[in-house]
Design a protein around this ligand. Structure first.
Ligand SMILES: NC(=O)c1ccc[n+]([C@@H]2O[C@H](COP(=O)([O-])OP(=O)(O)OC[C@H]3O[C@@H](n4cnc5c(N)ncnc54)[C@H](OP(=O)(O)O)[C@@H]3O)[C@@H](O)[C@H]2O)c1
Length: 314
């Protein structure tokens, strides 16, 4: 099968196209013929030697990056009960372990995947794996956002942000989204009630009473997010590079600050699949790339300007 491997951390040029044997699914796994791969910043961080690179590299001669897939079941392990050959499925495979999604075939644990709604494409499904699970686990599981609450979604035009706006709106929150002016229309189209252009305004000059703030940016932005939250409110910060700063900084202002890392969750994925099926949640795939264009896909994520999601087709 066609696959892309990483032998050493580095730039997108370190991604090597090669041929490998098909994986053999374990007893609790299915073999998927991959149709689309969702690309996330964690792919790029791992490729560069950050995130889970050291962990994966210490156990493997080379890494096959990628966790988000949508595809067709080709084989099922002997303990698999939920899927049969021919089913169209999607999900976040084996995160934060070795995903091995940058390939024509991938072995996926049955609990990591869900049936793909038939009314959405493989591209839309692959997009809605890690980023949509993150948005769900931030807003519902950890943030416990409730109807009528004031919610700020920073980086609302990005992968996680664009799902987060839709999920917060679905829960009945008043949603404020931040992005540059170029993406205002997009963010409002997702269902935000108010848009703030972070290049013109410091968020906390306009909002200081949010019940919940999602911060997918981190760094110097953490202080801005904390200032936008009310006392007793919650700020969730996503980039792992800054995970140790958030709780203490937030505490000094009487705000609950937390970092979490997304995890596969069967029930959450089912909920996302139902919302996708109903059209309540939509994946905005701004660009698709061919498998041979994986380096270009990585370079697009590296711009930090991606709108919605980008997907690679196989
Ligand atoms: N902890 C976890 O489990 C977890 C899970 C998923 C992602 N993450 C992390 O979360 C981060 C975001 O991921 P993502 O997939 O959403 O990234 P992404 O899609 O690459 O985000 C790009 C978007 O960020 C916006 N942006 C950049 N700087 C901004 C700012 N200062 N204010 C508002 N918007 C800004 C851009 O909008 P403009 O062009 O309009 O500026 C662009 O649309 C990454 O660091 C990722 O690794 C963590």
């Amino acid at each position: 099968m066609k696959a892309i491997i990483l032998k050493e951390a580095g730039t997108a040029d370190n991604l090597i196209f090669t041929e490998l044997p098909r994986p053999v699914p374990g007893d609790n796994e299915v073999l998927l013929a991959v149709k689309a791969i969702g690309i996330n910043p964690v792919d790029i961080k791992t490729r560069s030697g950050m995130s889970v690179y050291n962990d994966l590299k210490s156990k493997n001669p080379f890494i096959i990056l990628g966790w988000d897939v949508s595809g067709v079941v080709m084989e099922v392990g002997k303990n698999v009960t939920k899927f049969k050959v021919g089913d169209e499925v999607f999900g976040m495979v084996n995160f934060p372990g070795h995903g091995r999604a940058y390939a024509e075939f991938v072995a996926a644990r049955e609990n990591d995947i869900s049936k793909k709604p038939s009314n959405i494409s493989h591209q839309e499904a692959a997009a809605a794996s890690l980023a949509a699970l993150t948005a769900w686990q931030a807003i519902v599981t950890n943030g416990k956002v409730k109807i009528g609450q004031r919610v700020v979604i920073q980086a609302a035009a990005g992968g996680v942000g664009h799902y987060a706006v839709q999920i917060a709106r679905y829960l009945g929150a008043y949603v404020i989204g931040t992005s540059s002016a170029a993406n205002e229309k997009f963010v409002m189209g997702l269902g935000a009630h108010k848009h703030i252009d972070y290049t013109k305004h410091r968020l906390s000059e306009l909002v200081d009473d949010a019940d919940f703030v999602l911060d997918p940016i981190g760094g110097g932005n953490i202080d801005i997010s904390i200032d936008a939250a009310k006392k007793g409110g919650t700020v969730i910060m996503l980039p792992s590079q800054h995970k140790d700063e958030i709780a203490n900084k937030a505490k000094t202002k009487g705000v609950n600050g937390l970092y979490f890392s997304v995890r596969p969750n069967e029930e959450n994925l089912q909920q996302i699949a139902s919302l996708l099926k109903a059209g309540t949640l939509k994946s905005h795939v701004s660009q698709t790339f061919e498998f041979l264009q994986m380096k270009e896909a990585h370079k697009q994520i590296e711009t930090g300007r991606t709108v919605g999601k980008i997907v690679v087709t196989v």
